[in-house]
Design a protein around this ligand. Structure first.
Ligand code: GLY
Length: 399
């Protein structure tokens, strides 16, 4: 047993095999849930073979509630904005609790158009943003280049969104791990193989190797794997699927700085491409969106398309060292929105299906899940995201 597997709370000592809350999945969503639950005095454990890993190892960390707005997703926009609003205080609390710097950067975003089709697309997005009461400003190509001189001369116009920021998801995950450890969360570095259900109630999990963990409440927060946990009744199993994203990391040598001062993004030939410049000189380029099941191969085609599209936006990037290529799996849901809170199986909560917004939704997910775990009730802002919207038989009782 590791020393971090021992938990002391209110004089009760346990090895974490019995807890109030067992979180299955130690990505940023599972970790923030565990941290917030522990802060509310719940004995909390996390089971994951590699906590702090998952999609956040790959994600660029854009906090893009406004620039990633889509038709039909106005309800999700409300949750995205609520989480974006919480980010500064969330980061301050997390950094204060752990001494970690999570790389939050209030830098804004510029979404640009390279041709007439892109420009028409951006004009539509601008109209939708305006109808939703969001702040974004239309700029000419020249104004875009004045803001970001490395942009290609062919940029035809763009949207300046000063409220869409960024955080470094790897640092965020590391900070959440540290915060959990300090709050007494027990980590079981193992694979949860099966949910335990006793008398129609979730009661814990069986791990690879046969060990059993028992809990009053279980949170399934395993990202794209959430739909695969054995033992979860079929009607409760979350309908999440893996959506592959390939991402590149480049390094901006000091002589080239500042290369970009904010996130720059575009839709090029129908594909989204974004460049996220970190303060430490890292430049993240993302991302493909591929429905290929569990495949996480980094392909020549994926790298080629990302570099080709990014190069059309910012030609000078071909000079930069390419330091990393990687691929991860977004947990996609049928309506692109997360599943949060109590499921139709008593004792089982879900915190999954965050799709393109996992990093953005981290603060609000922690708050919502802590509320659900302590009161049994979802706060109003999260009610539209109840997992019961996908249950074949809708439950009428309050969430
Ligand atoms: N939110 C960015 C992505 O999913 O690629």
């Amino acid at each position: 047993m590791r020393s971090s597997d021992v938990h002391v709370s209110d004089g009760r000592v346990s090895d974490g095999r019995v807890s109030d809350v067992l979180v299955v999945g130690g990505g940023i969503i599972g970790l923030v849930t565990a941290w917030r639950a522990a802060q509310r005095g719940l004995r909390t454990a996390v089971v994951d073979p590699d906590p702090g890993g998952g999609a956040a190892r790959v994600a660029a960390g854009m906090l893009a509630a406004v620039t990633e707005l889509h038709y039909g997703e106005e309800t999700l926009l409300g949750l995205n904005l609520a989480s974006a609003d919480r980010y500064p205080a969330f980061v301050a609390e997390l950094e204060e609790a752990t001494g970690h710097d999570v790389g939050y950067r209030a830098c804004g975003t510029l979404a640009v158009a390279l041709d007439a089709d892109d420009r028409a697309h951006l004009r539509e997005l601008h109209a939708l943003q305006t109808r939703c009461g969001l702040v974004s400003e239309w700029l000419s190509g020249r104004e875009c280049r004045r803001l970001e001189p490395m942009l290609a001369p062919g940029v035809r116009g763009g949207l300046r969104v000063d409220g869409d920021h960024q955080v470094d998801p790897r640092r965020l995950a590391a900070a959440l791990m540290a915060a959990c450890e300090r709050a007494g969360v027990v980590f079981h570095r193992a694979l949860a193989e099966r949910l335990t259900v006793v008398r129609d109630r979730a009661r814990g999990a069986v791990l690879a190797g046969g060990a059993e963990l028992t809990a009053d409440q279980v949170v399934l927060a395993a990202g794209s794997l959430s739909g695969r946990l054995a033992g979860v009744p079929a009607e409760v199993l979350p309908p999440v699927r893996p959506v592959k994203g390939q991402v590149l990391r480049l390094r901006v040598p000091p002589a080239y700085a500042p290369f970009l001062s904010r996130t720059v993004r575009a839709v090029v030939r129908g594909s989204h491409v974004y460049l996220v410049p970190r303060e430490n000189g890292e430049l993240v380029i993302g991302a493909t969106s591929e429905e290929l099941g569990w495949d996480t191969t980094v392909t020549a085609g994926g790298v080629y398309e990302l570099l080709r599209d990014a190069h059309e936006l910012v030609p000078g990037l071909t000079e930069l060292p390419l330091t990393e290529t990687c691929a991860g799996l977004r947990p996609g849901s049928p309506d692109n929105a997360p599943l949060l809170g109590p499921s139709a199986l008593p004792g089982l909560h879900l915190a999954t299906g965050h799709y393109r917004n996992g990093v953005l939704l981290t603060p609000v997910t922690g708050d919502v899940m802590a509320e659900a775990l302590t009161t049994g009730t979802l706060p109003d802002e999260a009610r539209p995201f109840t997992p019961r919207r996908f249950s074949p038989v809708r439950q009428e009782q309050p969430a």
